[in-house]
Ligand binder design. Sequence first.
Ligand SMILES: *Cc1c(COP(=O)(O)O)cnc(C)c1O
Length: 228
Amino acid sequence: MNQSQQSRQSVLDQIQLACEHVQRDPASVQLLAVSKTHPSQSLRKMYQAGQRSFGENYLQEALTKIDELQDLEIEWHFIGHVQRNKTKHLAEKFDWVHGVDRLIIAERLSIQRLESRKPLNICIQVNIDGQDSKDGCQPDEVAELVQHISQLPNIRLRGLMVIPAPENSAAFADAKTLFEQVRSQHARPQDWDTLSMGMSGDLDAAIAAGSTMVRVGTALFGARDYHH
Ligand SMILES: *Cc1c(COP(=O)(O)O)cnc(C)c1O
């Protein structure tokens, strides 16, 4: 096995073990490869190792990679903060957007999504543990957002995304509770199937609490050596 195959297999093994500990089906947890700061060539290798969904945080960087990798059948996820003036690119180029925390953003994405494409999958980002500097709506705003966003035409509202503070894995349980509570507000509850939480350092705790999608960067690609 090459390096990409090895690190991917070891993350998949970790997911499987975490699922076994809490009697969950490993197929109920999807692995999203977080590839920010890594060059297209690294994504290509990870694709060749079997990975299909990739998450990016920075729009310009992502657009370059999407262009360079258009020969591959990648499912692109945007997991960064969504700025209002960037929604057009997101609606046109991505399959998923995880960081939606205001109705206006979802409305713009719905309008800007081409009718010829599948609806854009989105998650509502929630500031689940009351961090000052974090993006995301407040937990008590989620029900109303679900009610409105789930009715937009070119959007499939899939669930919630959270990034709790490190060491605060109790927040994962709060996210799971909220996720179940607000399902009843959804216009199409069968679409409500995604709880995006858990990263390299805390994916076991996230899976134990009910994560259905872990976003893993470092454990797959190694340490990131520069920041934006
Ligand atoms: C960078 C990032 C990740 C991946 O973090 P690792 O610790 O490298 O696994 C996951 N989610 C979001 C939103 C990120 O920005």
